[in-house]
Design a protein around this ligand. Sequence first.
Ligand SMILES: Cc1cc2nc3c(=O)[nH]c(=O)nc-3n(C[C@H](O)[C@H](O)[C@H](O)COP(=O)(O)OP(=O)(O)OC[C@H]3O[C@@H](n4cnc5c(N)ncnc54)[C@H](O)[C@@H]3O)c2cc1C
Length: 422
Amino acid sequence: MTSSRMLNLNQFDLTIVGAGPTGTLAALSATKSLHPKTICLLDQRKTIGKPDHCAGLLSITGLKRLGLENLPSEVIQNSSVYGAKFYSPSGRSFSVKRPTPQALVVNRALFDQHLLKLVQKKGCNIRLNQQVKNIHFQKRKQKLHLYALSRDCLPQKKIIHYKSKIAIIAEGQQGRLSHSLGFESVSSKNKLPATQVIVEGIKDLDQSKVEVFFSNKIAPGFFAWIIPLSDTSAKVGLASQKGNAWKRLQYFLRKYSLTKKRFSKGIIKKRFGGVVIIDGPIKRTSTTGLLVVGDAAGQTKATTGGGVITGGIASTIAGEVASSGVKANDNSREFLKKYDQSWKQQLSKQLQSMVLLRKLVNRLSDKSLDKSFETIIKNNLDRIISEKGDIDNQAEIIFNLLSNPSVISLGFKIIPDLFLKS
Ligand SMILES: Cc1cc2nc3c(=O)[nH]c(=O)nc-3n(C[C@H](O)[C@H](O)[C@H](O)COP(=O)(O)OP(=O)(O)OC[C@H]3O[C@@H](n4cnc5c(N)ncnc54)[C@H](O)[C@@H]3O)c2cc1C
């Protein structure tokens, strides 16, 4: 094989860095207008999806929107989540429920591998064990040069050189590459360490409801969750702005008054974790030749940290804009800006309203959280949440609640928390 032929093997129209859900969805979207052989998906991992880090709670409407309504049965861990139960620090609680299932719990490693198989079936180039270290834009040729460390031959270092007209960066929450390319980073104070375990032998578990616990003692800046897999097993986890998340989770499992009895016979089967982002999206997500998607662009829900659906919606748009850029032979900043405009039009209002709610909730002391629960329960606001709440589109319910007279009157009662806390 000649060296020029070998070089061509690494030359693509569109290169995607990161084969998590947003990278694979961008690739799938691009195959609608580009020849799959002109698309390359690179990932530093040898096995996609591993190690697993995510709870895998995905809305059914969101999955449909991404064209993923028919997931293979082995990916799905629980298909009957109808609602949720929320607990205040002192144990007040309310439930919201819909008549039909609202979410699936998926095995994230198998979910990511399923998406990769779809990309593979389309015929795209997939190169694993390749960590992209640097991307350089060659102005004269209007081309990107990507340099990836191939981990296949470690400890020997081998750098592989790729050329591409356009690249989509889907590298996840660390955002090292996008930061080195001049994109804004998600601030570290809004990246919360999260940890979770799969526990078997839990008492009083309802497979149809996710449980959410608010308490500054347990999970300051976020919440603790129980995501049922069956009537006795669940993914149990928390994220926290302060302290050691693992120690906090152990406290939640063994000592917390609201939960300790339910876990007394529980057996921990697996421990995993990662980082949840509660910052909202970065401002600019494209430049000449480059687009950033998913966690790297902060396209997550600040209320829950969930980013598979929202990041997936944005990355599908990125795939469309990148492929039309390739076809028009235009990788200019001006052209690729269409991606920013389009995803913002679809998601900005939703994501920003969730940032607002997250900021408000994070200002509340445990006493104020209890008062808020009292207001919700006393005024039957749980019924409004049941009717209007949506896992991904939370803007409507957030503004509906914030303009409710009982919530406004609550606001006056908790003014010191809301406005005087630094
Ligand atoms: C504890 C926890 C629970 C969560 N629960 C949920 C949930 O229930 N529902 C939900 O929707 N979201 C949840 N999330 C968030 C969700 O996991 C992320 O939003 C989602 O994984 C983002 O997808 P992504 O493709 O942007 O990034 P990732 O899934 O992180 O994928 C990034 C990929 O890029 C690769 N990569 C990184 N750098 C490079 C490089 N330089 N070169 C090559 N490859 C590279 C990585 O190997 C990885 O495969 C949770 C997160 C955590 C931490």
